[in-house]
Structure formats: structure tokens, C-alpha cells
Design a protein around this ligand. Structure first.
Ligand code: NAD
Ligand code: GLY
Length: 369
């Protein structure tokens, strides 16, 4: 079956004119990476950037697929973890590229979750003022979200992803077989971003997840491919409309204003990004109810699905003012006002910059564990 990509994979295109690229989704398709890369990247050498957890699992297979297609390959292995998504780790990628004399015609491959993907993409955006890169996401979260759309970057101690660049990959190849080794907690964190697409864009998709949650959690391959496909299709549609987040792309940040505050307040090492987004979606929905934007029944239904998916629905306890201060460092602040992404109902979301901070404070207080 591996000979025929069409039999094992589904393809989507992110339509961005000269920066357009394909997303390949399937089972057992990592072995096709070299051939698929060849069609899209003519260079001679590729640096596969990964981390210490993913390298023993997939670096050999990735290297083999690329070498068989005629590439020279080096591996750059980073320490694992969100706490390493910083300048020091980024510098080590540049060290590897420069020591190996990587040129403009060479490229990078991000093999791993969103942390590796964001840092590799940023390194690719900066090295020699920009070289091509490919995304090979191996977490559910990276497959449905971070590998698509070209947002790359690192964290600052005062806030998430504050330093970065837009830099689109030339191919995204996701093999659902890589999810077999993913810890359950990480899988659930990815599911938070899947649920997010239903809430912000597609009520029918939300209902599909509601109906088939147990099958999704059991790893049903056909369903998983469908879920990746629909999630990526929604993201591709939004990114094609608004590549640099001047408008509709902001909706993808549903749950992130509160979620990023949770991550910053807890030092990036207690809660997974997807878990923080899950809590953030619940707070956003409750805030929307409080200001009369969203019917309470809709909020209850969203919160129920997030809870059924084994995700946290209560915020960790911190002073309300600490949350407000942390949210003030978010990228979504404009002219000192926090721009909240709020659901009007399941499947429809909007951005509001006029929300009374006292309503935010009251909602935060009511949402703490
Ligand atoms: P992650 O990259 O830290 O990966 C989670 C854990 O799973 C890590 O320990 C990793 O080593 C391990 N892992 C990866 N693949 C594995 C596999 N197949 N089997 C076993 N273990 C595996 O976290 P994540 O949830 O993938 O990504 C979160 C990051 O993505 C955050 O930094 C977030 O800011 C970023 N993000 C970026 C975007 C974007 O648009 N660029 C969107 C959403 C999230
Ligand atoms: N995850 C938000 C975005 O890609 O815009």
C-alpha cells in the first residue's frame, strides 16, 4: 500500500499563491517523505531538527526516507520541552546549520511536536535570511494546528510566542502512525485544538466529535484521518483568507488569551498548551455568557465536551490580578485593550475589544478550581 500515496493519504492545499503548499495526511506515509519532498524541494541537503524524545522513535525512518530520495541529511537533536522553546535552543539549531555550512539552497525538516515545529520554522525563517522547511508533525496538536499556517517562534519569559516570524513550510506530511507512541495526555491536549475548530467555525464538526468521541479516543484510524483532514481544512481556509492575522485568523486564538496566561503563570511546565487552551475556551465561553453574547446552554455543551475529553475545565488558582497582568503581555493586546475571542454559539465566534475588565475579573474568579 505504501507505493500508492492516493490509497493511504488525503491531500489538502493551503492556497497562498506563490507560498501555497500541500498537507498530506495518512497512515504509514512517513516512508514517502523523501519522494514527496523531492517533488517540492530541489535542494541537496536537509537538516532534520527533532528532540531527544522523538529522535529515537522516528529519526532513523525519516533519515532513511530522505536519503533514499537522494538527500544528504544531518540530524539536530534539541532538548525536549516547552521550557526549551527559547533563544538558547534556537542558537543550537543555528550552530548545527552553520557548522555544517548549510547554504541558501539547503533546507530544514521539523520532526516532532509544536515546540520543535515552531523553533525549526523560526530557524528556517532566519538562517541566511530564510531557507525552505518541511513540517513532519508527530503530535496530534502539531498535526491539526501548529504545523499548518506558518506561525513560527519562541517564548519570552514574559509571554508565549512573543518572538517569531511568519514563514510557510513547503510541505506538511503527517503520518497518524506516529501517534501510536504519543502519551494519552498529549493526545487529549491535541483534541482541545480539534474541539476548538468545531466551536469557532463548524458546528457540524463539533457534533461529529461529540458523537464519536470514544472512537476518536480509541484511535480509530479512519476517523483520525477524517478529523485531521477537517481540522486542517478549516485552518487552511482561514489562513488562506488571512495569512498574517489581520482579521479572521484571530479567531484561531479562541481560548489562547486565557490559556497563554495560565502557561505564563505556571512557568510553561505544569500544563500542556492544549490543556491551557481547553481551560481558556471554557473561560471565554463563560465570559461570553456573562456579557450576554452566548446562550448558557451552548456554553454548557462546550464545557461538557471538553470535560468528557478528559481536559481541564477549571483554572489553576492564582490572584485574578495576576491573570489580568499576564493577559496584558499577550500578542492580542491592541492599543492597551485586550482583544477577546468569544463564542456567540457553537460554530460562530467573534473578536471583541470592548469587554469590561470587571466582567473578565468576575469570570476568572468563578472559573478557578
Ligand atoms: P510538544 O512539541 O512539546 O510535544 C509534546 C510532547 O510529545 C513532547 O514531550 C514531545 O517530545 C513528545 N512527542 C512528540 N511526538 C511524539 C510521538 N509521536 N510519540 C511520543 N512522544 C512524542 O507539544 P505540542 O503540543 O505538540 O505543541 C505545543 C507547542 O505548539 C506550543 O509551544 C505552542 O505554542 C505551539 N503551537 C503553535 C501553533 C502555531 O500555529 N505555530 C499553534 C498551536 C500551538
Ligand atoms: N494557532 C493559531 C494560528 O495559527 O493562527
Amino acid at each position: 500500500m505504501a507505493d500508492s500515496l492516493s490509497a493511504t493519504a488525503r491531500t489538502l492545499t493551503v492556497d497562498l499563491g506563490p507560498r501555497s503548499y500541500d498537507i498530506l495526511i495518512g497512515a504509514g506515509i512517513l516512508s514517502r517523505l523523501g519522494d514527496e519532498a523531492r517533488i517540492r524541494f530541489r535542494g541537496r541537503r536537509l537538516a532534520v531538527v527533532t528532540n531527544a524524545t522523538v529522535a529515537p522513535l522516528f529519526l532513523d525512518a525519516t533519515r532513511r526516507a530522505l536519503v533514499e530520495a537522494g538527500y544528504q541529511v544531518i540530524g539536530i537533536v534539541l532538548p525536549d520541552g516547552e521550557t526549551h522553546k527559547n533563544w538558547v535552543t534556537l542558537q543550537s539549531i543555528f550552530d548545527g546549520l552553520i557548522a555544517n555550512r548549510f547554504e541558501r539552497g539547503d533546507g530544514l525538516v521539523a520532526l516532532g511536536g509544536g515546540v520543535v515545529g515552531d523553533m525549526t520554522g523560526f530557524a528556517a525563517a532566519c538562517h541566511l535570511r530564510g531557507v525552505p522547511f518541511l513540517q513532519v508533525p508527530t503530535t496530534l496538536l502539531a498535526q491539526v494546528d501548529s504545523s499548518v499556517g506558518g506561525k513560527t517562534g519562541i517564548n519570552h519569559a514574559l509571554g508565549k510566542n512573543l518572538i517569531g516570524a511568519f514563514h510557510q513550510p513547503c510541505l506538511v506530511l503527517m503520518d497518524i502512525d506516529t501517534l501510536a507512541t504519543l502519551p494519552k495526555r498529549e493526545l487529549l491536549a491535541g483534541l482541545a485544538e480539534v474541539i476548538k475548530y468545531g466551536v469557532l467555525w463548524d458546528r457540524a464538526f463539533f457534533e461529529t466529535i461529540e458523537t464519536h468521541l470514544e472512537a476518536v479516543l480509541s484511535g480509530d484510524p479512519g476517523l483520525m484521518i477524517e478529523i485531521l483532514h477537517r481540522s486542517c481544512a478549516i485552518k487552511a481556509e482561514i489562513v488562506a483568507q488571512d495569512e498574517r492575522e489581520q482579521g479572521v485568523r484571530a479567531l484561531l486564538n479562541l481560548g489562547h488569551t486565557f490559556g497563554h496566561a495560565v502557561e505564563a503563570l505556571t512557568g510553561y511546565d505544569q500544563w500542556l498548551h492544549g490543556e491551557a487552551v481547553a481551560m481558556g475556551m471554557v473561560v471565554a465561553a463563560r465570559l461570553a455568557v456573562r456579557i450576554g453574547l452566548c446562550p448558557p446552554d451552548e456554553e454548557r455543551r462546550m464545557t461538557a465536551l471538553i470535560g468528557r475529553a478528559g481536559l481541564p475545565v477549571r483554572l489553576p488558582v492564582h490572584p485574578v490580578e495576576a491573570y489580568v497582568e499576564a493577559m496584558g503581555h499577550d500578542k492580542k493586546v491592541e492599543a492597551g485593550r485586550i482583544r477577546f475571542v468569544l463564542p456567540e454559539r457553537i460554530g460562530r465566534t467573534l473578536v471583541r475589544a470592548d469587554v469590561d475588565l470587571d466582567a473578565v475579573r468576575a469570570t476568572l474568579a468563578a472559573c478557578m478550581a
